[in-house]
Design a binder for this molecule. Sequence first.
Ligand code: HSE
Length: 439
Amino acid sequence: MIEYRPLRIALLGAGSVGAQVARLLLENREELAARVGAELELIGIAVRDVNAKRPEGVPAELLTTDAETLILGADIVIEVMGGLEPARTYILQALNSGSDVITANKYLLATHGTELFDAAEQVGAQLYFEAAVAAAIPIIRPLRESLAGDKVNRIMGIVNGSTNYILDRMDTAGLSLEDAMAEATELGYLEADPSLDVEGYDAAQKVAILASLAFHTEVPLDHVYREGITKVTKEQMTSARENGYVIKLLAIAERIAADEAGEQGVSARVYPALVPREHPLAAVRGAFNAVFVEAEAAGSLMFYGSGAGGVQTASAVLGDLVSAAKRHVAGGPGLADSVHANLPVLPIDRIYTRYQITIKAKDQPGVLAQIATLFSQHGVSVETVEQAVNPRVPGEAPTANLMVGTHEATDASLSAVVNSLAASDAVESITSVIRVEGL
Ligand code: HSE
């Protein structure tokens, strides 16, 4: 029974996501009304230029350039325009006028999240953002609601589809980074500014959001450690495959146990790492995303699916819209997320991880001992060493390749080992340094 008045929905943005949101909202109008108990009436779509070319299915009569008037007349505002401004201003206007807001804008949330959540809390409105991380994959709601009574200790995810596609093609087809990137560009997987993907900025924004929710702590974007995939080589890929690993761009959010001084903290970081082929994340192929969550009572959980795409992102937006609309019908204030834990976000130096280091060294007596000493001087324990002697080159000193796998140590100690290896006269060159996760 539909007894409640129609709810007025304003849509900001009519790009690939906005067009799909409009289409699904209009096509499924009756079914959505039955689920919510109120009609969801799309009252307008704000765009910069009503005459611009846009995807099929956007009703021209709903387009307007007057976002402010549209926002003032709405019960629920959906922001899918992206970017910081004017998205931030529009969302604040909507929240300040008491409307609930649904956004897919990871960059805005990772940059101005605190300001937006505070504004929502002040007026009892709610900000929904399932679509901001990994599109269609439900990960925000599980962290915000399903696991709200548990203690999440670690999240390790592949949250950028285009880089996963690139690394997967390097792994399975033996492509170079450049060729795999060219393919991803051709398929339209990369952002207009590809560095957002390949330098890890997109994944960093997503992990900042996940870490804040998981650890009830504000995690500023500039505290997220970030390395992209641009230094991953074909040789590293081949070596990974030969040794039972695959290289993935990982987004990791982790609760750090108290150190000797009793300090607890959290870490949020993005980097390419070796993952054992038997780990569930190693099986994530192509442009898919997956998030692996470890919680104290729930154990290990994995969320998998499409992390990008207009219609997939629209699915998450529509899910939020139904929640927001039901809340309107039921009444009561929005539910704020708490950042009460207020844990410090620790720098990469403090994180415990493992390195695999490949070195071209002189093949002569004492070299192995010299190299081993450098590891022990920095308190780093070696787990595995593999040596392959290189073919002799007439007139040159003999050399060998050494692949050293470490036990866990702080990133500071591991990077000090790499620096001292680089300075050592026993070492001709360091050919690969990469972290190992998921063991
Ligand atoms: N550029 C992102 C990706 C999609 O490749 O996963 C949107 O987050």
